[in-house]
Design a protein around this ligand. Structure first.
Ligand code: GLC
Length: 747
């Protein structure tokens, strides 16, 4: 071998070592797949089905250990692949050690948990966060949730929930981003990036889980777990985009939903889980069923017994059976009897092992079982700061008569009234899916206001009534308090249990005797500010006509009191916009902005048009609506062209000016309408938004690019197309008050 060839050989090895040096623990996908092949070849059928089995630890903490003897035996026999609901760096480490040292295959476990909007540092509920229209901040919020989830030993969060919801009777509207596919898609991607970080192998990243696939939010009559019946076009155009956005953002897991769609349960639907998710969207990760959803195929009455339910589930594309224990108990015999191909089982196992590899668990099964991290990371100041920023930007001012808000910090006296104002109900302020929250760590409204106002401000507090119960009201005392103050701040709304899972309501008024209390307070003639804390739109028609100022606060999390005080006293100019329509009454539901024209669009003078006899068609507060303490003017709406080909883009620009006296942020929204098409189209659809900050007098030009995909829809043959014709575009600070322009698409 000549010296030259030695040099070439050396350089080759040097290059190779440098190339792979950057990924010492990161395997190439081809390497992962070949490792998976070799593992699967060594596994028994029972061990394979064990990987598809997820159980919840005993929900009571018997000692420090979360597994009972039966569960421990299952684990040692290799019959468990992942856990739900087990937290704690020490306990997850202890259980992982059993898997790594006392099972035959030594395959690391996955620990999953519902970290929906924070673990210890609870941030606003997702519906509130969506009201910020600030995806960067929402991503930060998910990031701190992932860091805290990692600290407690969890690998995998069952979030983001991205279900579109047009029906506020459905309690789980609280967990998503509202009614719009575009806003929902932007928020879904932001949360996936926040949870998974820029590198899944880095500490502080969690596997995301997009749920509930699919269209769970369309439960008939807003009743949770109820049937869904939608056209494929509506499923694809309204409900699927946020799931696809989450997958495109890199989500590694999906949770299949409880509901059926048009007669096919989502957790048994090959169309959804294989054709759409895997073949159309290219998803290569894991599908986990929702809690007992595989067993529930029996309740749906598409499976006569557990074995049939398990075969339907795994064949349709559900890889992990959450808690039913059907895969692990029933599918061995199904395979042995020829009812189920072992290849289908192998494919599901492959996906599970793939996710465990990409999350680095084969490298370091104890990556998140580091006891010191809990003390270091949970509820740290930087996390509370993000939570406060997020909460401030989630607040939506719905009414502000005579600029009652912001209040002066030196106001002489405030009557702070209502069941959600004081310290005793702090637990309720964090909203649904916040089990780990310690109420004493939540900043209450009264604490926030005391710390914000001057020492000379007198604050007279009275709970006035309970949240839900009719007893225990002290309305007279509350009225006396109101009469002794210059201004009344009434803090009312829902407890955390009134929204979230299994929390559908048919009456959406303020619960219990809160409305009665509010009327009594208003009767004093004092100026009243209503702060509403809720997990869904409420019917506030009387309030909108009789209360001077209404602040939609949602459930804001640990920094509730500080964030509200920031807004109420002007340290933060509110910028929130509604991600969901507020109905006048439940009779209008479902009501949403991107509705169809119908053949008889409402004409006030014509009885025989689409209308009600006893209420207007318009909502109480429209999608995209929210007030600021300043005012924004829009002018110079211009298009880069008046006609484009169906393959071209068009640029839209508009000048936005702050014509008020305070700095503030405006969410500039772009909507489109396809004027005439081969199928009926929405009267308008959100296609872009841009949140900008402007000082008093400052003007900015905001630009949007409309691309062919923004103009496309599913035609009569269910093909996504752009059709020639005119389009109308709308730009403004909400979905109603907009400037208009139009352009034409030619062949
Ligand atoms: C629940 C919910 C789902 C959650 C799962 C695990 O029933 O539907 O959102 O992630 O079970 O707790």
């Amino acid at each position: 071998m000549t010296m030259k060839s030695v040099k070439i050989l050396f350089l080759f090895f040097l290059f190779n070592s440098l190339l792979f040096a950057q990924i010492p623990t990161r395997l190439l996908s081809s390497q992962i797949e070949s490792k998976i092949d070799s593992i699967i070849r060594l596994m028994t059928l029972e061990e394979k089905l064990g990987q598809l089995n997820q159980i919840g630890g005993t929900w009571y903490d018997t000692k420090t250990e979360r597994l009972n003897l039966e569960q421990t035996a299952m684990l040692k026999a290799g019959k468990i692949g992942s856990f739900l609901g087990i937290t704690g760096a020490i306990e997850t480490g202890r259980i992982q050690r059993i898997a790594m040292e006392q099972t035959r295959m030594k395959i690391p476990l996955l620990f999953g948990y519902d970290i929906i909007h924070g673990y210890s540092t609870i941030t606003p509920i997702p519906l509130a966060e969506a009201s910020s229209w600030n995806p960067e901040l929402v991503q930060q919020s998910a990031r701190i949730a992932a860091i805290e989830g990692s600290a407690i030993g969890v690998h995998w969060t069952y979030a983001p929930m991205v279900d579109i919801a047009r029906d506020p009777r459905w309690g789980r509207i609280a967990e998503g981003s509202g009614e719009d596919p575009y806003l929902g898609s932007v928020m879904a991607a932001a949360r996936v990036k926040g949870f998974q970080g820029d590198d899944l192998l880095k500490y502080g990243s969690l596997l995301a889980c997009v749920k509930h696939f699919a269209a769970y939010g369309a439960a008939e009559a807003g009743r949770d777990y109820n049937s869904v019946d939608l056209s494929e076009r509506t499923v694809r155009e309204i409900y699927l985009p946020p799931y696809q956005a989450a997958i495109d953002a890199g989500a590694w897991t999906v949770m299949s939903a409880f509901n059926d769609i048009g007669g096919v349960p989502s957790s048994g639907s090959s169309w959804l889980l294989t054709d759409v998710l895997r073949k159309e969207w290219g998803f290569t990760g894991v599908v986990v069923s929702d809690y007992t959803a595989i067993m529930e195929l029996i309740h749906h009455r598409i499976a006569k017994d557990s074995t049939e339910a398990g075969i339907i589930g795994v064949t349709s594309g559900v890889d992990i059976d959450m808690v039913s224990r059907i895969y692990v108990d029933k599918l061995t015999s199904a395979v042995r009897s020829g009812k189920l191909s072992e290849e289908i089982v192998n494919e599901a196992v492959r996906r599970v092992l793939r996710v465990k590899f990409v999350y680095g668990l084969f490298d370091d099964p104890y990556r998140n079982s580091k006891p010191g991290k809990e003390k270091e990371l949970l509820m740290k100041k930087e996390h509370r700061d993000v939570a406060r920023q997020m909460a401030k930007q989630s607040i939506v001012v719905l009414k502000n008569e005579r600029e009652l808000l912001p209040l002066s910090k030196n106001v002489r006296s405030i009557a702070l009234i209502g069941p959600l104002a004081g310290n005793e109900n702090r637990r309720e302020l964090v909203g649904t899916w916040a089990w780990a929250q310690k109420p004493e760590l939540v900043v209450s409204v009264i604490d926030g206001i005391i710390s914000k106002t001057s020492p000379g401000t007198k604050i007279i507090y009275d709970k006035g009534c309970e949240i839900e119960s009719d007893s225990g009201a002290r309305i007279e005392q509350a009225v006396k308090a109101a009469n002794r103050a210059d201004v009344v701040i009434a803090v009312m709304g829902e407890s955390q249990g009134l929204s979230g899972e299994a929390a559908s309501r048919t009456i959406l008024d303020l619960p219990g005797r809160q409305k009665e209390l509010l009327k009594a307070l208003t009767a004093t003639g004092k100026p009243v500010i209503l702060v509403v804390m809720n997990g869904r739109p409420l019917t506030l028609e009387w309030e909108s006509e009789n209360i001077s100022a209404i602040v939609e606060s949602w459930h804001l999390g640990v920094e509730t009191g500080n964030a509200l005080a920031d807004v109420l006293f002007g340290d933060y100019n509110p910028s929130g916009k509604l991600p969901v329509t507020f109905p006048r009454n439940t009779g209008q539901i479902p009501i949403y902005y991107n509705h169809k024209s119908t053949g008889r669009p409402f004409v006030p003078a014509d009885k025989y048009t689409s209308r009600y006899l006893d209420a207007p068609n318009t909502p109480l507060f429209p999608f995209g609506f929210g007030l600021s303490y300043t005012t924004f003017g829009y002018e110079n709406l211009t298009l880069s062209a008046s006609t484009i080909k169906s393959t071209q883009s068009i640029t839209v620009s508009v000048d936005v000016q702050n014509i008020g006296k305070r700095s503030g942020e405006e969410v500039v929204q772009l909507y489109l309408r396809d004027d005439v098409a081969s199928v009926t189209r929405s009267v308008k659809e959100l296609k872009g938004f841009n949140k900008i900050s402007l000082n008093p007098g400052e003007k900015k030009t905001v630009q949007f690019t409309i691309r062919p995909d923004d103009l496309s829809f599913y035609n009569l043959s269910m093909k996504k197309v752009v059709e020639p014709g005119t389009f109308t575009l709308y730009i403004g600070g909400n979905s109603v008050d907009c400037m208009e322009a139009s352009f034409e698409v030619i062949e």
